[in-house]
Design a protein. Sequence first.
Length: 712
Amino acid sequence: MGELDWLLAEYLKIMPVLDPAQARLAVGLWRLLAEGTPVTAPALAGRLGVPEQQVAAALDGVLAGTHHQDNQGRIIAFWGLSLPEMPSPHRLTVDGKTLYAWCAPDTLWLPRVLGKTIAVQSSLETTGQPISLLLGPDGIQENSADGAVVSFVRARGKSVGDAVAAVMSSCCRDQLFFSSGQAAGHWAEAQGREDIAVFPVEQAIDGAGRFIEALVGSALHGRVSVELRSVPDCPNLARAREALQAALADLGLPAVVTEVVGDYPSPSILVNGVDVMGGSGDGPAACRLDLPTGGRIRAALRQAMGAESATAATEPSLADCWAQPGNAIRTDRPRRAEQLPDRLRQVHRAILRHFAATGTAPSGADIRTAVNTAELDTANALRELARQDLVAVDSAGRLVAAYPFSPTPTPHVVSLGDVEVFAMCAIDALGMPFMLGTDAVITSVDPHTGQPVRVTITNGAATFQLTEAVIVYAATGTTGRSVDTCCSTINFFTNASNAQAWIAAHPGLAATVLDQDQAVTLGRDIFEPLLASGRHPAPPARPLSNRTKVPHMDDSVKGQQFTAMVAAATRGRVLIPIPFNPDTVWGTKPRHHIRGTVNNIGVRGVVEPDGHGFAFTLGPAWLRGCGLAVGDTVTVTIEPEGPQRDDLAEDVAAALETHPQAAAFFDSLAQFYRRAYLRWIDATKRRPDQRPQRIAEMVQLLEAGHKERPQP
């Protein structure tokens, strides 16, 4: 997993988990705000055709802290996009209207969300020179500053709960455009910022697209939303529901169905907010005389489907996959895979093995090479696999899921030896090691509290770091693909109380809480058979305990947890003393770059001698809103920030081992510089003969005290 994917995964851990209805609401709010006027909850509800109380509940609940209102209670800023009332250095022109992005990275994903071409005007930090971009939904069209890069502040804490103004003044103010990576690195060093990562604009656009897909992708692909409204105990509700389910089954439409009970003309069926019988769907509670008919439902669904109907018509219903209410994942996936034709099963396995070996989705050429068939129509093969919901593809035929793997960042990161991959959901993460026959470490996050959850699987036995952790097993609809209906709602929780609170905040879900043994058994039963017969061992499929790295540091030694008393430091900072000698525990270094948490809030810093032992500091920006004061006792978890020596490829580790001066300087560098050297070396995959030359050059530069390669 690359640095950008890792960073985006960390962002996703502090983002709210949105079900499809909430994702549609978020996208609708962005698009309505982009029309240039303040947005009210009734206006948003009217635009989306949903009850106003549903909008209010989302804004006060899962989306709390993501928007800012004027003195009339109207929304003028939402999650990266602002009206002129809240300007920033990043000005946008959308359909002739002036808007503002909160930070440089926000300018890169907004075109995809809005579905529009956006003109961006900003400036390059340190030089003040202007930068102009023309960005469309599919990527960059014009860039006035070749070589420009974008800075990202690494995620820390549950910042989505902060007030908008606080986010814009802390995190967003340091996410900027720079003329080059070197300029950004010098700026970060001058600011004393160890939490800055920098990427070229083009790469950042690609990453931003994957991030927004992971966050609200279900609302960006034309998925049809269906709402069934009724009064309590409506005598005609069952007949309307049957007609709706029959229409959905006939069309094979991956729709999200929401049933709402209230004061409505009853029963009413709304497709994308439009009553199928031509009414508004609103009005006093009353029994309808014009009951929704199958023909009118099908006509409304076909109109909403548009061009998507050709590919969506064969997507299967989830009804046959639910063993009981709340069992939202395909427990019959092994049977579906077993029944595939031999060649198609080879393709399926090749896809899974490629993900396991690389952490990325395979290309068509990768698949053809793996199955040794140059004439294979990979697009058709993917469509066939998608019909069985063994994979999922978007409208362009690109993989968006290959259960259990995700090609885009998710909150569930699975470490398989030397490769890190993303899992589609918590159950997929637990099943992955059994499918591959390997040990694994799973890191995820409780979506209700933002607290981390860690699971280690060794020799087929799972150990949860938190003994009270549970898994919520839930779905948002009764028809459609797993990626649309349940992947975002199957998550780890630190305890059952948090799980139940999250379920209560998402009343539209069919959900149940699984204990650890139930979840592990379910994951194993679903995924272990997929590669069980004739398994071809992928490169990472080896026990973690048998990895050969030089030198090796056991994971239990890396991570250190302790309590400490906050002490005063200079310039508004505080000091966190550590009760051990890092040179003894982690190996001797001039300074130890670390990452971890303080009271469950993410932190990165440098451990150095402080005259009485060792400590690291927290600056004013980090302290803002954290509620820490000198004299407080805090719980601290820290580990060396990678890449460490035992994380390096063997040839790189061996070169440093034989050049102690270079190794010592490498160990002293911030992660930004270490990763830059390693990316440069790894960029030789197509010219492997250059790799030894670059390793030797890196050693020479390190021995000469160069933090980074001089710009050519």
